[in-house]
Design a protein around this ligand. Sequence first.
Ligand code: CDV
Length: 318
Amino acid sequence: MTRSIRVAAAQLGPVARDESRSSVVARLVGLLGSAADRGAELVVFPELALTSFFPRWWVDPLSEADHWYESEMPGPQTRPLFEEAARRKVGFFLGYAELTGDGHRYNTAVLVDREARIVAKFRKVHIPGHERFEARRPFQHLERYYFEPGPDGFEVHDFLGAKVGMMICNDRRWPETYRVMGLQGVELILCGYNTPVHYAPDPSQDALAGFHNHLVMQAGAYQNGTWVVATAKGGIEEGVDSLAQSAIIAPSGQIVAQALTNADEVIVADCDLDWCDNYKKTLFDFERYRRPECYGLIAAAPERTHDERQQPEESRSR
Ligand code: CDV
Protein backbone atom coordinates (compact mmCIF):
# COMPACT_ATOMS: atom_id res chain seq x y z
CA MET A 1 0.00 0.00 0.00
CA THR A 2 1.40 3.42 -0.89
CA ARG A 3 1.76 6.05 1.78
CA SER A 4 0.21 9.32 0.67
CA ILE A 5 -1.00 12.55 2.31
CA ARG A 6 -3.23 15.08 0.61
CA VAL A 7 -1.72 18.45 1.50
CA ALA A 8 -2.99 21.96 0.80
CA ALA A 9 -1.06 25.22 0.61
CA ALA A 10 -3.47 27.94 1.77
CA GLN A 11 -2.04 31.13 0.33
CA LEU A 12 -3.08 34.49 1.76
CA GLY A 13 -3.39 37.73 -0.11
CA PRO A 14 -2.51 40.96 1.72
CA VAL A 15 -3.37 41.56 5.37
CA ALA A 16 -3.82 45.25 6.13
CA ARG A 17 -2.18 46.90 9.14
CA ASP A 18 -5.58 47.56 10.68
CA GLU A 19 -7.20 44.21 9.81
CA SER A 20 -8.35 42.59 13.03
CA ARG A 21 -7.15 39.16 14.18
CA SER A 22 -10.72 37.87 14.07
CA SER A 23 -11.03 38.95 10.42
CA VAL A 24 -7.77 37.20 9.47
CA VAL A 25 -8.77 34.09 11.43
CA ALA A 26 -12.11 34.04 9.57
CA ARG A 27 -10.14 34.06 6.29
CA LEU A 28 -7.99 31.17 7.54
CA VAL A 29 -11.10 29.24 8.59
CA GLY A 30 -12.54 29.75 5.09
CA LEU A 31 -9.36 28.53 3.43
CA LEU A 32 -9.19 25.52 5.74
CA GLY A 33 -12.78 24.68 4.82
CA SER A 34 -11.99 24.87 1.08
CA ALA A 35 -8.98 22.61 1.59
CA ALA A 36 -11.05 20.14 3.63
CA ASP A 37 -13.74 20.12 0.91
CA ARG A 38 -11.00 18.99 -1.48
CA GLY A 39 -9.97 16.18 0.87
CA ALA A 40 -6.88 17.77 2.38
CA GLU A 41 -5.58 16.21 5.59
CA LEU A 42 -3.02 18.94 6.25
CA VAL A 43 -3.12 22.68 5.46
CA VAL A 44 -0.04 24.89 5.32
CA PHE A 45 -0.59 28.58 6.10
CA PRO A 46 2.02 31.34 5.57
CA GLU A 47 4.67 32.89 7.81
CA LEU A 48 3.26 35.54 10.21
CA ALA A 49 -0.17 34.60 8.92
CA LEU A 50 -2.15 36.47 11.56
CA THR A 51 -0.88 39.98 10.86
CA SER A 52 0.46 42.28 8.23
CA PHE A 53 4.19 41.71 7.68
CA PHE A 54 5.00 44.20 10.44
CA PRO A 55 8.85 44.08 10.17
CA ARG A 56 8.39 46.61 7.36
CA TRP A 57 7.68 49.22 10.08
CA TRP A 58 9.99 50.59 12.77
CA VAL A 59 8.20 50.76 16.12
CA ASP A 60 10.24 52.01 19.07
CA PRO A 61 10.10 51.03 21.89
CA LEU A 62 9.63 47.40 20.98
CA SER A 63 6.97 46.93 23.66
CA GLU A 64 4.63 49.08 21.53
CA ALA A 65 4.71 46.26 18.96
CA ASP A 66 3.43 43.64 21.41
CA HIS A 67 -0.03 43.65 19.82
CA TRP A 68 1.46 41.92 16.75
CA TYR A 69 2.62 38.94 18.86
CA GLU A 70 0.74 35.99 20.33
CA SER A 71 1.44 35.20 23.97
CA GLU A 72 -0.68 32.04 23.87
CA MET A 73 -1.57 29.60 21.13
CA PRO A 74 -4.37 29.05 20.72
CA GLY A 75 -5.58 32.28 22.31
CA PRO A 76 -9.11 33.67 22.37
CA GLN A 77 -8.86 35.05 18.81
CA THR A 78 -7.15 32.04 17.22
CA ARG A 79 -9.27 29.36 18.92
CA PRO A 80 -11.94 29.37 16.16
CA LEU A 81 -9.31 28.07 13.72
CA PHE A 82 -8.42 25.21 16.06
CA GLU A 83 -12.11 24.40 16.60
CA GLU A 84 -12.83 24.31 12.88
CA ALA A 85 -9.74 22.19 12.22
CA ALA A 86 -10.88 19.67 14.86
CA ARG A 87 -14.39 19.65 13.39
CA ARG A 88 -13.07 19.04 9.87
CA LYS A 89 -10.30 16.69 11.08
CA VAL A 90 -7.58 18.64 9.29
CA GLY A 91 -4.07 19.25 10.61
CA PHE A 92 -2.31 22.52 9.93
CA PHE A 93 0.93 24.54 10.01
CA LEU A 94 0.48 28.16 11.14
CA GLY A 95 3.11 30.88 11.24
CA TYR A 96 2.83 33.71 13.79
CA ALA A 97 4.87 36.08 15.96
CA GLU A 98 5.47 34.51 19.37
CA LEU A 99 6.11 36.41 22.61
CA THR A 100 7.11 33.97 25.34
CA GLY A 101 6.28 34.34 29.02
CA ASP A 102 9.91 35.25 29.74
CA GLY A 103 10.05 37.93 27.05
CA HIS A 104 11.60 36.16 24.04
CA ARG A 105 10.33 37.02 20.57
CA TYR A 106 10.39 34.42 17.82
CA ASN A 107 9.10 34.03 14.28
CA THR A 108 7.31 30.76 14.96
CA ALA A 109 5.17 28.05 13.40
CA VAL A 110 3.13 25.36 15.09
CA LEU A 111 2.26 21.96 13.70
CA VAL A 112 -1.25 20.96 14.73
CA ASP A 113 -2.72 17.47 14.41
CA ARG A 114 -6.17 16.45 13.17
CA GLU A 115 -7.57 16.73 16.71
CA ALA A 116 -6.26 20.32 16.92
CA ARG A 117 -3.45 19.49 19.35
CA ILE A 118 -0.13 21.28 18.92
CA VAL A 119 2.40 18.51 18.33
CA ALA A 120 5.48 20.56 17.41
CA LYS A 121 6.78 24.11 17.33
CA PHE A 122 9.44 25.56 15.03
CA ARG A 123 11.22 28.89 15.52
CA LYS A 124 12.78 30.46 12.44
CA VAL A 125 16.52 29.85 12.39
CA HIS A 126 17.81 32.29 9.74
CA ILE A 127 16.65 35.83 10.56
CA PRO A 128 17.19 38.15 7.58
CA GLY A 129 17.12 41.92 7.31
CA HIS A 130 18.51 44.50 9.70
CA GLU A 131 18.43 45.62 13.35
CA ARG A 132 17.77 49.36 13.14
CA PHE A 133 15.75 51.78 11.02
CA GLU A 134 17.47 52.44 7.67
CA ALA A 135 16.30 55.65 6.01
CA ARG A 136 17.60 54.68 2.56
CA ARG A 137 15.04 51.86 2.22
CA PRO A 138 11.58 52.45 0.73
CA PHE A 139 10.30 50.07 3.43
CA GLN A 140 12.03 48.31 6.28
CA HIS A 141 12.89 44.63 6.80
CA LEU A 142 13.42 44.73 10.57
CA GLU A 143 13.16 41.04 11.37
CA ARG A 144 16.46 41.26 13.24
CA TYR A 145 14.93 43.90 15.50
CA TYR A 146 11.70 42.00 16.10
CA PHE A 147 12.93 38.39 16.38
CA GLU A 148 15.67 36.31 17.97
CA PRO A 149 17.03 33.37 15.98
CA GLY A 150 15.33 30.11 16.91
CA PRO A 151 17.62 28.10 19.19
CA ASP A 152 16.32 24.62 18.38
CA GLY A 153 17.42 24.03 14.80
CA PHE A 154 15.54 21.80 12.41
CA GLU A 155 13.75 18.87 14.01
CA VAL A 156 11.83 16.16 12.17
CA HIS A 157 8.61 14.75 13.57
CA ASP A 158 6.55 11.61 12.99
CA PHE A 159 3.26 13.09 11.86
CA LEU A 160 0.37 11.62 9.83
CA GLY A 161 2.57 8.65 8.98
CA ALA A 162 5.31 10.86 7.50
CA LYS A 163 8.61 12.35 8.65
CA VAL A 164 7.73 16.05 8.73
CA GLY A 165 9.99 19.09 9.13
CA MET A 166 9.37 22.84 9.15
CA MET A 167 11.16 25.96 7.96
CA ILE A 168 10.14 29.61 7.69
CA CYS A 169 10.78 31.88 4.72
CA ASN A 170 14.49 32.80 4.61
CA ASP A 171 15.36 29.32 5.95
CA ARG A 172 14.34 27.97 2.54
CA ARG A 173 17.28 29.68 0.83
CA TRP A 174 19.92 27.74 2.82
CA PRO A 175 20.99 24.24 1.70
CA GLU A 176 21.87 23.36 5.29
CA THR A 177 18.19 23.67 6.25
CA TYR A 178 17.17 20.84 3.95
CA ARG A 179 20.25 18.71 4.59
CA VAL A 180 19.88 18.78 8.38
CA MET A 181 16.32 17.53 7.93
CA GLY A 182 17.36 15.20 5.09
CA LEU A 183 19.82 13.51 7.45
CA GLN A 184 16.85 12.80 9.74
CA GLY A 185 14.94 11.17 6.88
CA VAL A 186 12.51 14.01 6.23
CA GLU A 187 9.78 13.27 3.68
CA LEU A 188 7.66 16.44 3.87
CA ILE A 189 8.94 19.95 4.63
CA LEU A 190 6.38 22.66 5.41
CA CYS A 191 7.20 26.32 4.86
CA GLY A 192 5.50 29.71 5.07
CA TYR A 193 6.93 32.87 3.56
CA ASN A 194 6.60 36.66 3.06
CA THR A 195 9.00 37.76 0.34
CA PRO A 196 8.91 41.38 -0.81
CA VAL A 197 9.69 41.46 -4.53
CA HIS A 198 11.96 44.49 -4.05
CA TYR A 199 15.22 43.59 -2.30
CA ALA A 200 16.76 46.91 -1.26
CA PRO A 201 20.36 45.72 -0.69
CA ASP A 202 20.55 44.53 -4.34
CA PRO A 203 17.60 45.52 -6.57
CA SER A 204 19.11 43.52 -9.46
CA GLN A 205 17.59 40.50 -7.69
CA ASP A 206 14.03 41.88 -7.93
CA ALA A 207 13.37 40.42 -11.38
CA LEU A 208 14.62 37.04 -10.14
CA ALA A 209 12.49 36.81 -6.98
CA GLY A 210 10.15 34.16 -8.38
CA PHE A 211 12.98 32.22 -9.99
CA HIS A 212 15.05 32.15 -6.79
CA ASN A 213 12.03 31.12 -4.73
CA HIS A 214 11.43 28.00 -6.76
CA LEU A 215 15.12 27.35 -7.51
CA VAL A 216 16.06 26.84 -3.86
CA MET A 217 13.03 24.75 -2.95
CA GLN A 218 13.17 22.54 -6.03
CA ALA A 219 16.87 21.92 -5.42
CA GLY A 220 16.30 21.23 -1.71
CA ALA A 221 13.50 18.80 -2.47
CA TYR A 222 15.45 16.88 -5.11
CA GLN A 223 18.79 16.75 -3.28
CA ASN A 224 17.13 15.36 -0.17
CA GLY A 225 14.36 13.25 -1.70
CA THR A 226 11.56 15.13 0.04
CA TRP A 227 8.31 16.91 -0.63
CA VAL A 228 8.26 20.67 0.02
CA VAL A 229 5.01 22.57 0.53
CA ALA A 230 5.54 26.33 0.62
CA THR A 231 2.85 28.93 1.17
CA ALA A 232 3.10 32.67 0.56
CA LYS A 233 1.43 35.74 1.88
CA GLY A 234 1.50 37.55 -1.44
CA GLY A 235 0.12 40.57 -3.25
CA ILE A 236 0.46 44.27 -2.55
CA GLU A 237 0.31 44.59 1.22
CA GLU A 238 0.41 48.14 2.59
CA GLY A 239 2.05 49.28 -0.65
CA VAL A 240 4.69 46.53 -0.73
CA ASP A 241 4.46 43.93 -3.49
CA SER A 242 5.13 40.44 -2.12
CA LEU A 243 5.78 37.27 -4.05
CA ALA A 244 2.94 34.75 -4.26
CA GLN A 245 3.65 31.58 -6.32
CA SER A 246 2.96 29.14 -3.47
CA ALA A 247 4.04 25.70 -4.58
CA ILE A 248 3.95 22.00 -3.83
CA ILE A 249 7.19 20.36 -4.96
CA ALA A 250 7.83 16.65 -5.39
CA PRO A 251 11.01 14.75 -4.42
CA SER A 252 11.88 14.82 -8.13
CA GLY A 253 12.16 18.61 -7.84
CA GLN A 254 9.09 19.10 -10.04
CA ILE A 255 6.37 21.57 -9.08
CA VAL A 256 3.13 19.59 -8.99
CA ALA A 257 0.84 22.48 -7.96
CA GLN A 258 1.31 26.23 -7.99
CA ALA A 259 -0.90 29.17 -7.00
CA LEU A 260 -2.12 31.19 -9.96
CA THR A 261 -3.09 34.38 -8.13
CA ASN A 262 -1.57 36.67 -5.51
CA ALA A 263 -4.70 36.48 -3.35
CA ASP A 264 -6.32 34.00 -0.95
CA GLU A 265 -6.10 30.68 -2.82
CA VAL A 266 -5.88 26.98 -1.99
CA ILE A 267 -3.80 24.51 -3.97
CA VAL A 268 -3.83 20.79 -3.24
CA ALA A 269 -1.70 17.78 -4.12
CA ASP A 270 -1.43 14.14 -3.13
CA CYS A 271 2.05 13.70 -1.71
CA ASP A 272 3.17 10.11 -2.32
CA LEU A 273 5.72 9.58 0.44
CA ASP A 274 7.16 6.47 -1.16
CA TRP A 275 8.34 8.64 -4.06
CA CYS A 276 10.99 9.96 -1.62
CA ASP A 277 12.76 6.61 -1.69
CA ASN A 278 13.31 6.86 -5.45
CA TYR A 279 15.90 9.49 -4.53
CA LYS A 280 16.83 8.55 -0.98
CA LYS A 281 17.76 5.00 -2.06
CA THR A 282 19.52 5.84 -5.33
CA LEU A 283 21.45 9.02 -6.21
CA PHE A 284 21.04 10.46 -2.71
CA ASP A 285 21.68 7.31 -0.67
CA PHE A 286 23.45 9.28 2.05
CA GLU A 287 24.93 6.23 3.81
CA ARG A 288 26.51 5.01 0.64
CA TYR A 289 27.60 8.13 -1.21
CA ARG A 290 27.99 11.09 1.14
CA ARG A 291 31.54 12.09 2.12
CA PRO A 292 31.09 13.96 5.42
CA GLU A 293 34.81 13.77 6.09
CA CYS A 294 35.19 16.18 3.16
CA TYR A 295 32.54 18.62 4.39
CA GLY A 296 34.04 19.65 7.75
CA LEU A 297 34.00 23.39 7.03
CA ILE A 298 30.22 23.42 6.60
CA ALA A 299 29.52 22.58 10.21
CA ALA A 300 32.62 24.12 11.77
CA ALA A 301 31.78 26.58 14.55
CA PRO A 302 32.52 30.17 13.53
CA GLU A 303 35.25 31.95 15.40
CA ARG A 304 32.86 34.73 16.42
CA THR A 305 29.79 33.97 18.47
CA HIS A 306 26.33 34.82 17.22
CA ASP A 307 26.13 37.84 19.56
CA GLU A 308 29.44 39.17 18.28
CA ARG A 309 28.06 39.13 14.76
CA GLN A 310 25.19 41.41 15.76
CA GLN A 311 25.43 45.15 15.53
CA PRO A 312 27.05 46.82 18.56
CA GLU A 313 24.86 46.74 21.63
CA GLU A 314 24.73 50.55 21.92
CA SER A 315 23.04 50.84 18.51
CA ARG A 316 20.10 48.66 19.58
CA SER A 317 17.14 49.61 21.74
CA ARG A 318 15.16 46.67 23.07
N1 CDV B 1 10.36 36.88 5.54
C1 CDV B 1 11.58 36.63 5.01
O1 CDV B 1 12.37 35.90 5.58
N2 CDV B 1 11.87 37.26 3.85
C2 CDV B 1 13.17 37.13 3.27
C3 CDV B 1 13.63 38.44 2.69
C4 CDV B 1 15.13 38.56 2.79
C5 CDV B 1 13.20 38.76 1.36
C6 CDV B 1 13.24 36.00 2.25
O2 CDV B 1 14.26 35.31 2.25
O3 CDV B 1 12.32 35.79 1.46
